[in-house]
Design a protein around this ligand. Structure first.
Ligand SMILES: C[S@@+](CC[C@H](N)C(=O)[O-])C[C@H]1O[C@@H](n2cnc3c(N)ncnc32)[C@H](O)[C@@H]1O
Length: 363
């Protein structure tokens, strides 16, 4: 993996976290470089950074005052890892995508795959904008969507697109619009008599995922199982369903995405559930859970990637008690059985249909 780059004669080493075996992947793209080039010499007191996934801007703009709007627990770790690697200061001002921001003069955004999340970012910027606010959005041209322009034009009068450079382009937004009716950035999903809420950007916008629905039809908590972990919980629908059917269970939910956890908290309010925004199981007690359930991630923005899921599976073994079960649903084509069989002593197929398969694994 290429990890060294030079900006204004300063050398940086930037690595991806979590690490990947895919040597073609880097911790930055030409979209981030293009944004940096536009922004680096601006006389701005405070730069707001959105979707700085691996800390490229946090490192290269380290001498400036920046506010980082973070979305993922793994993103925070990546940023810190790269700052330490480059002997840079790590005292970052963090905000979540739901926090109100101080006056935004300049915002840098790597446009995320979720257009809803892009809209949420722009809405937050707009709420704290001044007449001279500039928003510099970078994207790889292959991912361009006319929706970028449509969404941006809801909030800004001026939309300038740059020429392409190394397959990347900029969309620079100026002149925040005066009168705006802000959107409610919480989607509502009706499912089996319950209204689930989820913030923009959370997995499966607008409907409960069909793989999840299939899973919910077939998972059971056994009479001797009380401590349950919903791994990669998204909006918390799996934990909610289990808690509803088996009120004696004690559920813990974990997800890397802070808006997934914020959504789960809404959907499981007034319960004793525990919520963790995290990207691994290292901080959970060893041999604690009787049952781990999951619809694990296999996308990382535009990348299809099962490395993250495989790392999570290793973590499951540590947190399950010796008679514990791990039950998961997956798209059939991912062929997890090969990987699971290396880690677990017994892997059985609970149910399958044309697209999805449910496995039960025991240690
Ligand atoms: C396929 S979705 C499932 C969401 C939810 N369980 C459902 O069924 O609707 C996978 C989830 O994994 C989360 N995720 C991605 N990487 C993760 C990681 N390293 N640790 C925990 N969650 C992760 C994503 O944010 C996403 O919410």
């Amino acid at each position: 993996m290429e990890s060294i780059l030079t900006i204004n004669s300063q050398k940086y080493q930037l690595e991806r976290y979590p690490k990947t075996d895919d040597k073609t992947l880097k911790a930055w793209s030409s979209a981030e470089l293009l944004v940096l080039e536009y922004a680096i010499n601006k006389e701005t007191k405070n730069i707001h950074l959105f979707n700085d996934r691996f800390g490229f801007w946090n490192c290269t703009l380290n001498t400036k005052k920046v506010t980082t709007v973070w979305s993922y627990a793994s993103q925070k770790k990546a940023i810190k890892h790269n700052q330490i690697l480059n002997n840079l200061k790590t005292d970052i001002v963090y905000k979540t995508p739901l926090d109100s921001l101080e006056k935004v003069e300049l915002a840098l955004i790597k446009i995320p795959k979720s257009l809803e999340l892009f809209e949420l970012f722009l809405q937050q910027v707009h709420k704290s904008s001044i007449s001279s606010t500039e928003v510099v959005c970078g994207f790889m041209t292959k991912y361009f969507s006319s929706s970028f322009l449509k969404i941006a034009s809801n909030y800004f009068e001026v939309l300038d697109q740059s020429k392409a450079w190394k397959k990347a382009r900029l969309l620079v937004l100026k002149k925040p619009k005066n009168k705006i009716e802000y959107k409610d950035t919480l989607n509502k999903i009706s499912y089996k008599g319950k209204e689930f809420c989820q913030y923009y950007g959370v997995f499966s916008s607008g409907k409960i995922d069909i793989g999840t629905q299939f899973f919910l039809q077939h998972i059971m908590v056994l009479p001797n199982e009380f401590k349950v972990l919903d791994l990669a919980c998204g909006n918390g629908v799996i934990a909610y369903d289990l808690l509803n059917k088996y009120p004696k269970t004690e559920v813990t939910l974990i997800d890397d995405f802070n808006l997934a956890i914020a959504s789960s908290k809404l959907n499981l309010k007034n319960t004793k559930a525990t919520f963790i925004c995290g990207n691994d199981l290292h901080d959970l007690e060893e041999n604690y859970f009787d049952l781990v359930v999951s619809n694990p991630p296999f996308h990382f923005e535009y990348e299809n990637n099962i490395e993250i899921a495989l790392e999570l599976f290793k973590g499951v073994i540590r947190v399950l008690n010796k008679n514990g079960r791990f039950v998961l649903v997956a798209n059939k084509h991912l062929n997890y059985k090969t990987h699971l069989s290396i880690l677990f002593s017994k892997v059985t197929v609970v149910k399958e249909n044309v697209r999805f398969i449910i496995y039960e694994c025991v240690c």
